[in-house]
Design a protein around this ligand. Sequence first.
Ligand code: NAD
Ligand code: UFG
Length: 336
Amino acid sequence: MKILVTGGAGYIGSHTCVEAIKAGHEVVVFDNLSNSSPESLNRVEKITGVRPRLIEADLLDRAAVKAAFDEQKYDAVIHFAGLKAVGESVAKPWMYYNNNLVSSLVLFDEMRAHGVFDLVFSSSATVYGDPDKVPLAEDAPLSALNPYGRTKLWIEDMLRDISAADPRWHIILLRYFNPVGAHESGLIGEDPGGIPNNLMPYITQVAVGKLKELTVFGNDYPTRDGTCIRDYIHVCDLAEGHISALNAIDKMPGCIPINLGTGDGFTVLELVHAFEKATGKPLPHKIGPRRPGDSPASYADASRAEKLLGWKTKRGVNEICRDAWNWQSKNPNGYK
Ligand code: NAD
Ligand code: UFG
């Protein structure tokens, strides 16, 4: 298939480009590089031997989006592009609504105008809000806790309406749980700018000596050790999930949400100890106050992905920690 990958230079996008090329697809990346480096695509070439073409442009630039579709006929689009920092979305909601919502509308409209109706969208477990029961199945109630989450929920709503109005659409909403880890080569991985907000990049930056110690946000939650539970999924498993979605999309009309998670939850302290075990490095950490907005537990019921896509995760927490550390230790300053 010929696939347009928006946000393909980013963390999940670059890993998905690798898997797509390995599966024999042709990928073209559409990315404004606002949160990524073109070096990620050089690395994709090193891994696969194929350099994905980069259209360096903003999805808010309708003329550039139209030009991309005028140039060639795509079989499908994978839409990763977007801003994703929860705290920043609270401080600058207009930026999130503009960059994530308006750009998506431009993309979907140009897809329709060019007769491209197969779409895989990067949604998130954040659409389950603060869940009252786990594991989370796709029919759990939806809500948003912040502007970032609201953009995911509203794009999902937009896509449900779009597909209800026109039966030609085949849309898969992939709801990611917590993507972590890196390609086993250590050539591509997560490269957050500044001090990381998320747990795994914080852990690896402590381990490499860039940060002093990890603060565990709260140990008084109603969980087995008092720290929050999340479903950490290896980014290569996640990337393979997109390829399984592309393989299945032809026989999936409408708009279907599918969780991509392992189905298993780990506490923050369990992840810290797994990291220490996998890398042989002690990880300095202390307990701090809770972070506002965190739910005690979130993990997937991953059965729909297996049933509809024939996909399930292959990698466990050891591979996650090993590969995250391999990437961080080989690239202490990311792609710089
Ligand atoms: P990322 O920031 O590494 O990648 C996003 C890419 O989109 C970047 O390369 C950025 O330059 C590009 N981009 C942003 N706005 C753009 C625009 N207007 N036009 C063109 N390109 C633009 O993020 P990621 O972690 O790879 O996440 C990819 C997608 O998955 C995002 O939609 C994110 O919300 C979603 N997601 C991520 C996580 C996570 O924890 N990483 C969890 C759930 C969902
Ligand atoms: N945590 C710490 N210390 C840190 C960072 C995180 O203890 O320095 C804890 C958090 O309190 C939480 C867990 O580690 O309990 C995971 O936190 P992350 O920030 O890594 O991930 P979240 O589950 O909060 O959110 C992530 C993405 C969201 C996405 C969500 C579901 O950041 O964008 O997963 O996919 F919506």
